[in-house]
Design a protein. Structure first.
Length: 201
């Protein structure tokens, strides 16, 4: 699954418009007023929980391997961690790349929310894909929440763009929370959510 790399620049800024009387956001425990808002005081952002796929089987003959036993455990832990943060979220969107390892990682999350994994072929793999990813995210409704399971090269590029290379992680199943301004397309890194994985067996 060879892909050529190309440069792409995504504007990343950190801007907040507090709203008076805001209530805590169930997703993060932070006040909703800390989200960007439009002139009517409605949130104009989307939250993106971006994680690398779980550990795949080590098979050099297969360029699209399935998850290892440990990887399956990591995927389950990721789903549990997200459920603990998101609670009931019927409009959650779950995206994965077109690889087995990404889709298998996303499946426990989708199952927990009774939804399907949406395969995004050109948005979650290489650094060049971030233009496509931003364009797709811009189509979301304000307040939307996306869980996106991608690959290390893209995650590293987004973290670097956001000035968060030392704060985020491209390790298996670690969650990087981003906030997208749906008015400008600016993507801001919020925090790293570490997922503890119990040893298999």
């Amino acid at each position: 699954m060879a892909r050529s790399l190309s440069a792409a620049t995504v504007a990343l800024v950190r801007t907040h418009v507090p709203r008076p009387g805001a209530t805590p956001d169930a997703l993060s425990g932070e006040p909703v007023g800390d989200l960007l808002a439009d002139d009517d005081g409605r949130p104009s952002t989307a939250r993106v929980y971006l994680a690398r796929h779980a550990e795949p089987v080590d098979d050099r003959r297969d360029d699209d391997p399935l998850l290892s036993e440990k990887g399956a455990t990591q995927a389950a832990a990721l789903a549990e961690a997200l459920q603990g943060r998101l609670g009931s979220r019927p409009n959650l969107v779950v995206w994965a790349s077109d690889t087995h390892r990404s889709q298998r990682t996303a499946e426990p999350v989708a199952a927990a929310y009774d939804t399907a994994v949406q395969v995004r072929c050109d948005a979650l793999f290489e650094p060049r894909d971030r233009r496509t990813l931003i364009a797709m995210l811009m189509q979301l409704d304000p307040g939307a929440v996306v869980v996106a399971i991608g690959h290390a090269p893209l995650i590293r590029a987004l973290l670097s763009d956001a000035g968060a290379a030392g704060r985020g992680s491209d390790a298996y199943c670690q969650i990087n929370l981003f906030e997208l301004d749906l008015m400008t397309g600016a993507l801001r890194f919020d925090k790293l959510i570490e997922v503890a994985v119990e040893p298999a067996g």
